[in-house]
Design a binder for this molecule. Structure first.
Ligand code: ARG
Length: 361
């Protein structure tokens, strides 16, 4: 029995059991799948298997604190699409469906599996993200996007040198030259950041996009690898307020905010960074709420994760997790997650990092 046989059997047993199917149906399906693998070297998931496998993969995502909602993932089956243009249309549809006017829907689009002919890769880290440029006057935009932005420029995308330029979608099929496409502006929801008390905050001209859609990870279900399977949830406020806009290797806004707050930044011990951080995070949560865009604060998210742990225990499943990722970057010890260990074991189905298809230099 080959590795794919083994992984298929393991997945189908678990999947069919959880879906409440009969022993008979399970055994028949495994038999059929084995035969399909023997004949073609791979097999095709039924939609139901794909759908439930993608949900299981979310449930097994050790870095994610939002897993209470694993069962509510919307799975869009796009496996039959072959051309960059058709895939682009599907990505546009994903953005629109997931954004849902602000009431964000956790969604995944699954494109062709790598082995069955077409290998699809989306070069973007997230479908919606801001460009980053290294200029003579320093970095403009999101420093984390510099390598990908350069790859876009190499493909003849026109750089705009703004702080918040939406990058194009870059789609590659097989070894063909990748194609890039602009996202229609009206599809991209963005939130201008203002503060409930500090009037000056909006003058900082900060904003962030509404929906984080990770597009560079592969999805592994039962030995089948989907190399393009972009997925999204909604944001937890700290991702934006304590990392994207705050990290000194990202938008590095804490010194500016502390300045506006007239904080004494002579010494770290005045806790000026901490105080600026709290106000930035307050502003992010407040602004998303005002704009009617789904977002969760880290206290609520931790409570939801506790509920997930309880539900999993009831279902007799072990919750795995990566502690260093699960704890929120703001006030971690105020959440239960901080005070217990998690076993960082990799269960499948799952989402995996894959090597970047463009130069990192
Ligand atoms: N941390 C990433 C970002 O700030 C997004 C990762 C996925 N986050 C989520 N809430 N589903 O853009």
């Amino acid at each position: 029995m080959g590795l794919m046989h083994q992984e298929a059997q393991e997945f189908l047993s678990l999947c069919y059991e959880e879906l409440g199917k009969s022993e008979n149906e399970m055994e028949q399906r495994i038999k059929d799948v084995f035969q399909e693998i023997d004949e073609k070297g791979f097999y095709e998931h039924h939609f139901e298997e794909l759908e439930y496998g993608a949900k299981m993969a979310w449930r097994n995502s050790n870095r994610c604190i939002g897993r209470l909602f694993w069962d509510q993932l919307h799975v869009l089956d796009k496996r039959y699409l072959k051309t960059e243009e058709a895939i682009y249309q599907a990505l546009i549809e994903h953005i629109d469906f997931a954004t849902n006017g602000g009431k964000i829907r956790p969604t995944i689009s699954v494109f062709s599996q790598s082995i069955s002919g077409e290998t699809v890769r989306i070069w973007n880290h997230q479908l919606i993200r801001y460009a980053g440029y290294e200029t003579e006057d320093g970095i403009v935009g999101d420093p984390d996007s510099i390598a990908f932005t350069n790859a876009c420029i190499d493909l003849e995308w026109e750089p705009k040198y703004g702080q918040f330029d939406i990058l194009p979608l870059v789609i590659q099929v097989n070894d063909n030259e990748p194609k890039w496409f602009n996202i229609p502006e009206d599809l991209v929801y963005e939130v201008s950041i203002s503060h409930p008390e500090y009037e000056w905050f909006s003058a900082l001209n900060l904003k962030w996009y509404a929906v984080p859609i990770i597009s560079d990870m592969s999805l592994d279900i039962g030995g089948i690898l989907y190399s393009a399977a972009p997925f999204n949830g909604w944001y937890m406020g700290t991702e934006i307020g304590a990392r994207n806009l705050a990290d000194d290797s990202r938008y590095n806004m804490l010194p500016t905010i502390a300045d506006y707050m007239n904080l004494n930044n002579d010494r770290p011990s005045t806790l000026w960074k901490d105080r600026a951080l709290i106000e930035l995070n307050t502003a992010v949560l407040y602004s998303f709420k005002q704009a009617g865009i789904s977002i969760v604060d880290h206290h609520t998210a931790a409570q939801q994760f506790k509920k997930f742990e309880e539900k999993e225990a009831k279902a007799d499943r072990d919750v795995t997790g990566k502690w260093s990722w699960l704890i929120p970057p703001v006030s971690p010890a105020t959440t239960h997650v901080f005070h217990k260990p998690y076993r960082d074991a990799i269960e499948k189905p799952n989402y995996f990092y894959q090597s970047k298809p463009y130069s990192q230099g």
